[in-house]
Design a protein around this ligand. Structure first.
Ligand code: MLC
Ligand code: AMP
Length: 504
C-alpha cells in the first residue's frame, strides 16, 4: 500500500473536491480541486528539474498559496521538504544548506543576490525565487507546465520532511520526519479534536514549523475542512475572520493578545467551537481570563518537532489549566529519573514512544542515539509528572531553552557569538518572563577590562548580522562576575530568580 501522505490527504478530501479549501480574505478562494491541481503543477516543476524521491529541497519563502503548493508537491514526489524560518540570517541559512545539501533552494525574491551566490558557492544545483502574488514570474512559469498527478510510492518510514531544531550545543539538528509520522498524527488529531468537513480553521501561524505546517494544515486537509489562511497573526485580521471560523490554533501569545482586546466579544467568537493552544506553556492567568471572557476553555496540547503532537486535553471532558492532557491514540509516555521509570505523580523527564516519533537527526547518528533510550523511547527533555488517570502536567525543561512567542531560542548559540565580541569577558543568556511572548532572552554580561568599553547598541548590531531577530536579547545587564558553582558552571537558576521580572 502507498503510504504517501499526500495520497492519504487526497483520499480523505476527494469527496469534497468542489468545496472551498482555502480562503485568503479579500484575495482568493481555492477549492480542493484547485489545490490538487496547484500541487500537481509544482510537482511537474520539480520533476522537470530532475528532483526525485529522497532528494532534498530547502525553502525560505513567505506564507502563500505557492508555499502550500510546493509543500504538497514535495509530498507527492517523495522529495524531502525543508522549510526555514523566514527570519533566519544568511549565516544561519548557510549552515542549513551545507548540512542538508539540497538539490534545490527556493528563496523569496530579494533585492540582493546573496543567496544565489551562496548556492552557487555551495554547489546547490538549482536556485529559484518565488513571491506571494499571482503575477510572480516563477509562479506563472510553473502554472504554464502540464500538471503531474503523481503519488510517488512511499512507505511509512520514508522521510517526508526535515525540520531544524537547535540544541544545547548551539548546533541545529535536522529532525527527519516520515510520511508515517505525519499521517498517524493527522489521523489522531482529526479524531480527538472532532474535525469534520464543516469546520473552518483560522490559520494565522507561520508554515515553517510543525504547528502551522503539520498540525494545522495536515489535520484540516485530511478532514476536508475549510482554511481561512492569514499571512500572519495580525490582531485586526484575526478578529475579523474569527466570526467565520469554528476552530483556531495558536501559540499562547495569540490568546494573550486576544483576551486583551476590547472588541473581542461574543459576536466575534459566536461560531467558534474550539480554541487550541500549544508550542509553549499557556499560563493559568490567560486560561482563566479567556474562560471568564468567552466561556471557552482553551484546549492545550503538547508536542515537539521530533514527535509531532504527544498529548492533548480532551475535546469532551475536563480541560484542566496547567496540564497538557493525555497521550494521543497509540502514543506512550512515561516520566523517568536517572534511567528509572517513575510512578504516578513523580516528577521526571518525559519520554515518548509511538508512530509519531521521528526517524532520527539527519546525518547525526551519535546524537540520535543519545536522545533515545535502549527500549526505543525518545527523551524529550521536558520535565513533568503523570497522574493516575494518565494526565500529564509539565513543569519545566531539563535544558535552558527559552520559548519566545512560540519560537525556540538556545542560549548557547547566542553566548558563542557574544563571547567573541571584544569588550565582553563572559556571558550568560537566560529566559525571563514576558507578558506578551511568554519568555524572552536577556543577556548577563561581564566586561573585559583590557578592551575598550562596548555599548549595548554595538552588541545588538553584531548579533543582528548573525542571528534571527527573535533571538536578540531584550536587555543587556552588566555585572562584575557570573555566579558559578564549585565545578565552575554558571548558576543560571540564580540569575533567572534574580532577573525573573525585569521585563514585566
Ligand atoms: C517576531 N518577533 C519576535 C517574535 N516574532 N521576537 C521575539 N519572539 C517572537 N516570537 C520580532 C520580529 O523579528 C520583529 O522585530 C518584531 O518582533 C515585529 O515582528 P512581527 O512579525 O510583527 O511580530 P509579531 O506579529 O508580534 O509576532 C509575534 C508572534 C509570532 C508571536 C505573533 O512570532 C508568531 O506567530 N509566532 C508563532 C511561532 C510558532 O509557530 N511556533 C510553533 C513552533 S512548533 P523588529 O526588531 O524587526 O521589530 C513547536 C511544536 C509544537 O513548537 O508543540 O507546536
Ligand atoms: P520545538 O522544538 O520547536 O518543536 O519545541 C518543542 C518544545 O515546546 C517542547 O519540548 C516543549 O518544551 C514546548 N512545548 C510545546 N507545547 C507545549 C505546551 N503545551 N506546554 C509547555 N511547553 C510546550
Amino acid at each position: 500500500m502507498n503510504h504517501n501522505l499526500y495520497k492519504i490527504l487526497y483520499e480523505n478530501f476527494k469527496l469534497d473536491l468542489d468545496k472551498i479549501c482555502i480562503e485568503i480574505p479579500d484575495y482568493k478562494k481555492l477549492s480542493f480541486k484547485d489545490l490538487d491541481i496547484l500541487s500537481a503543477h509544482f510537482a511537474s516543476f520539480l520533476y522537470d528539474l530532475g528532483l526525485k524521491k529522497g532528494d532534498r529541497m530547502i525553502c525560505q519563502i513567505d506564507k502563500s498559496l505557492s508555499a502550500i503548493g510546493l509543500y504538497l508537491a514535495c509530498l507527492r514526489m517523495g522529495v524531502i521538504y525543508t522549510p526555514l524560518n523566514t527570519s533566519y540570517t544568511n549565516d544561519e541559512v548557510e549552515y542549513f544548506i551545507k548540512n542538508i545539501e539540497p538539490k534545490l533552494f527556493f528563496s523569496k525574491p530579494k533585492l540582493d543576490d546573496d543567496f544565489e551566490n551562496m548556492c552557487s558557492k555551495l554547489d546547490v544545483p538549482f536556485f529559484k525565487t518565488i513571491g506571494t502574488k499571482d503575477n510572480d514570474p516563477v509562479l506563472i512559469e510553473i502554472l504554464s507546465m502540464d500538471p503531474l498527478n503523481i503519488f510517488e510510492n512511499c512507505n511509512d518510514q520514508d522521510v517526508a520532511a526535515i525540520l531544524f531544531t537547535s540544541g544545547t550545543t548551539g548546533k541545529s539538528k535536522g529532525a527527519m520526519i516520515t510520511h508515517g509520522n505525519l499521517s498517524s498524527n493527522a489521523l489522531a488529531l482529526k479524531e480527538i479534536w472532532g474535525f469534520t468537513n464543516e469546520d473552518v480553521l483560522l490559520h494565522a501561524l507561520p508554515i515553517f514549523h510543525v504547528h502551522g505546517l503539520f498540525v494545522a494544515l495536515n489535520t484540516a486537509l485530511l478532514s476536508a475542512s475549510k482554511i481561512i489562511f492569514l499571512e500572519k497573526f495580525k490582531i485586526d485580521d484575526v478578529i475579523e475572520n474569527l466570526a467565520k471560523s469554528t476552530v483556531m490554533m495558536g501559540v499562547p501569545t495569540y490568546y494573550n493578545r486576544l483576551v486583551n482586546e476590547e472588541v473581542f466579544g461574543e459576536k466575534v467568537y459566536k461560531n467558534m467551537r474550539l480554541f487550541i493552544s500549544g508550542s509553549a506553556p499557556l499560563t493559568e492567568k490567560t486560561f482563566k481570563e479567556f474562560k471568564k471572557k468567552t466561556n471557552h476553555s482553551i484546549l492545550e496540547r503538547y508536542g515537539m518537532t521530533e514527535t509531532g503532537m504527544i498529548t492533548s486535553n480532551p475535546l469532551d471532558g475536563d480541560r484542566i489549566k496547567g496540564t497538557v492532557g493525555f497521550p494521543l491514540p497509540k502514543v506512550k509516555i512515561r516520566a523517568t529519573k536517572e534511567g528509572k521509570i517513575l510512578s504516578e505523580d513523580e516528577k521526571g523527564v518525559i519520554e515518548v514512544k509511538g508512530p509519531n516519533v521521528f526517524n532520527g537527526y539527519w546525518r547525526m547518528k551519535e546524537k540520535t542515539k543519545e536522545e533515545f533510550t535502549e527500549d526505543g523511547f525518545f527523551i524529550t527533555g521536558d520535565v513533568g509528572q503523570i497522574d493516575k488517570t494518565g494526565r500529564l502536567t509539565l513543569s519545566g525543561r531539563s535544558s535552558d531553552m527559552i520559548i519566545s512567542g512560540g519560537f525556540n531560542v538556545y542560549p548557547k548559540e547566542i553566548e558563542i557569538i557574544l563571547n567573541t565580541i571584544p569588550g565582553i569577558k563572559e556571558s550568560a543568556i537566560i529566559g525571563v518572563k514576558h507578558s506578551d511572548l511568554g519568555e524572552s532572552p536577556i543577556a548577563i554580561l561581564v566586561r573585559d577590562s583590557k578592551e575598550q568599553e562596548i555599548s549595548d547598541n554595538d552588541i545588538t548590531d553584531v548579533l543582528n548580522g548573525k542571528l534571527a531577530k527573535f533571538k536578540i536579547p531584550k536587555s543587556f545587564i552588566w555585572i562584575d562576575k557570573l555566579p558559578v558553582n564549585a565545578m565552575g558552571k554558571v548558576q543560571k537558576k540564580n540569575l533567572r530568580i534574580k532577573y525573573e521580572k525585569i521585563l514585566l
